[in-house]
Design a binder for this molecule. Structure first.
Ligand code: DOR
Ligand code: ZN
Length: 360
């Protein structure tokens, strides 16, 4: 049996870092594992222009420097590179897209259908309102990062991703065939098959998808096992087992359209364990171990490096990392809670035993 696994250092292509003290509390966890991360813009208020993205990037760098100074992260982690995104609104202009592209710091623009998830109220009310921005993105090669769920309350929560493909995503890609798209945190077999089979004329219209570790490891039963378990609640919500198996097949199959995106989404424990608990799983501290567990269960650890370290940079047109990380087969217990401003934060699968550990 494999006892250690060395990989090109992975990147996280979908991450929530928050801001202020919360940012300071969580940024080190990601930096200890990943060389770079695509940082989501759903702050309050959201990051809607290049100047704000630049300022947010500086705050992330500052928080990293503080964590390094405090001895919380090592030198490799201190070199972590945040890759910034903008939050698409009904008012995003084509000029703003061109400014974002020219900055070299903005690597994608995130589409949140208004009301779909945490801090999405300022999101897009109707995709048709964003056409001039989307056309500019197609023109300059700026990827559109999509939270792919319809928001219609008449549609069953578990069907909202599949319906989004038919109602929004596929028509959009027909209208703008050169637009580069990342279907974020996919959760269904419909999404996996859509991305796998989507035709692209050339690399300009490429489509890819990120997959979280929690959607690879758990189905929706996890939310209800022995009682309501809010730490397993995220959006898009976990689906039934057939979908999890389709995601596992996609992630471990060596197809470069699928790559790692944790969607690690920190919320204070008291806001998760609440009458109206926040959506989001905090997986940053043990992300690569969770993915290794999923790949090992499929006996496809040999495919982890492509998914975690090679396919993302290829899609985003960035160099592959030169650093390496090593995982060892070693048991350890995920902490029950970790420090978080004014409260604590509960990592996903707190108290459970992991069989893989990042050791270098
Ligand atoms: O579960 C989620 N949490 N899904 C999202 O789309 C947003 C995220 C967050 O920001 O907390
Ligand atoms: Zn997210």
């Amino acid at each position: 049996m494999t006892t250690t696994l060395t990989l090109i250092q992975p990147d996280d292509w979908h991450l929530h870092l928050r801001d202020g003290d919360a940012l300071r509390a969580v940024v080190g966890a990601t930096a200890q594992q990943f060389a770079r991360a695509i940082v989501m813009p759903n702050l309050k208020p959201p990051v809607v222009n290049t100047a704000q993205a630049q300022a947010y990037r500086e705050r992330i760098k500052q928080a990293l420097a503080q964590a390094h100074q405090a001895g919380e992260i090592d030198d490799r982690a201190a070199a972590f590179e945040p890759l910034m995104t903008l939050y698409l609104t009904d008012n995003t202009s084509a000029d703003e897209i061109r400014r974002a592209k020219a900055s070299g710091l903005v690597h994608g623009v995130k589409l949140y259908p208004a009301g779909a998830t945490t801090n999405s109220d300022a999101g897009v009310s109707d995709i048709r309102r964003t056409m001039s921005a989307l056309e500019a993105m197609q023109e300059v090669g700026m990827p559109l990062l999509i939270h792919g769920e319809v928001t219609d309350s008449e549609i069953d929560l578990f069907d909202r991703e599949a319906v989004f493909i038919d109602q929004v995503l596929d028509p959009l890609r027909r209208q703008l065939p050169g637009l580069r798209v990342v279907f974020e945190h996919i959760t269904t077999s419909q999404a996996a098959l859509y991305v796998r089979d989507a035709s692209v004329g050339d690399s300009a219209g490429a489509i890819a998808a990120t997959i979280t570790a929690h959607h690879l490891l758990y189905n929706r039963n996890a939310i209800f096992k022995g009682g309501v378990r809010p730490h397993w609640y995220c959006l898009p919500v976990l689906k039934r087992e057939t979908h999890r198996l389709a995601l596992l097949e996609a992630a471990t199959g060596g197809n470069s359209r699928f790559f790692l995106g944790t969607d690690s989404a920190p919320h204070a424990t008291r806001l998760k364990e609440h009458a109206s608990g926040c959506a989001g799983c905090y997986t940053a501290p043990h992300a690569i171990e969770l993915y290794a567990t999923a790949f090992a269960a499929m006996d496809r650890l040999d495919q982890l490096e492509g998914f975690a370290s090679l396919f993302g940079p290829a899609f985003y047109g960035l160099p592959v990392n030169t650093s390496r990380v090593t995982l060892a087969r070693e048991s350890w217990e995920i902490p029950q809670s970790l420090p978080f401003p004014g409260d604590s934060i509960t990592p996903l699968a707190a108290g459970e035993t992991m069989q893989w550990k990042l050791v270098a």
